[in-house]
Design a protein around this ligand. Sequence first.
Ligand SMILES: [Mn+2]
Length: 426
Amino acid sequence: MLTTDIIEDHNKTLATDHQFKLAYISELLDRKGIDVQSIIDKIKAFQVAIPSWALGTGGTRFGRFPNGGEPRNLEEKIEDVGLIHQLNGSSNSISLHIPWDIPSDASAVKQLLKANQLTIDSVNSNTFQDQKDQSFSYKFGSLCHTKDESRNLAIEHNIACVEYGKQLDSKVLTVWLADGSNFPGQQHFRKAYQRTADSLATIYEAMPSDWTMLIEYKPYEPFFYSMVIPDWGTSYSLCQQIGKNAQVLVDLGHHLPNTNIEQIVGRLMHFGRLGGFHFNGSMYGDDDLTTGSIKPYQFFLIFNELVDGMQDPNVKNPPLAWMIDASHNTKDPIEDLLQSVNAILATYAKALLVDRIALADAQENNDVLKAEELLRDIFFTDVRALVAEASRQVGGALDPVATFRHAKVRENLIGQRGKFSVATGL
Ligand SMILES: [Mn+2]
């Protein structure tokens, strides 16, 4: 943990520059009749969960180049997220991955979470690899497997995830399946879908009634011919069959290039079935880049759709579970997460600034250029001072990455944990 003095002292060195930028954006919004503090309050309330697997350096199938000081267990992962939350005030929960993060002492873990002002976001099951000495393999699928033994093992694992989650007061199970096929003819599409639907229904029945099941989709990888849940339509159909607490999870990286993700978001919210959102950046596919790093305009359009749905009283969609799902392999993981949250908050802030009455009017009257310009005008507005101010108002850093570097956090973590510590699961 950092002392509050370190954050405050570093903020002081940035204060003059910050005040200048904040005054400018405040004046700009004032002229538009927007209450600046109400926007800052909404930014302060927006919280993005950090997944335990993003705290270590990610790799490719060719190699991994860690910086050192990685968290060696669940407790150290919680400490890292606590540090991120201390710096930005916007990361108040952690998502767990089972079996990598099985709590050995649940009450001690809960105490540590409380000390770091954190909660558990979701528990994420893992049937994409076989564990050591596993009795039946997932090589040919998990919840879709042709054999009862493998399928039942995967069902039991998901139910065990819910039990671990219950111990730590989570209420969300996220299911992403690496089930699919690599060759034509390998898998019977309809049978694989039905077995998956039946398995998910069994898991759903075992969940407490106040839990949510998030079903994530992905078009390819690890399989390159077919995936059992490749798209939002498949996820949606499964949720429809399973029950009202089953919701679709959209992961930005899980789309083919040029997919209109903003339209998918709009559709799912219209149906009241968008339950979760995973942030990352993507160039070609699921490449785990920093959120907003490649297509910031599309990211803004997606957020515009999210905010439009969240603000419309006619939309009966549950509150969304926001999470970063990336583990980049060339940056310091904590710096990458701070940068990601910053990009998310700035884009959310922009979406809040869109004049929805004027936009609706332009849309209804088919004023194409006006509608587009209303969005472009906001997209090109620099709102980073609002995000910095939101962080400052809750005791965070004006510039979290700069403070992280100034306080030599990574150097200290390497000192404590060693140069060659490896995060569990990586
Ligand atoms: Mn994801």
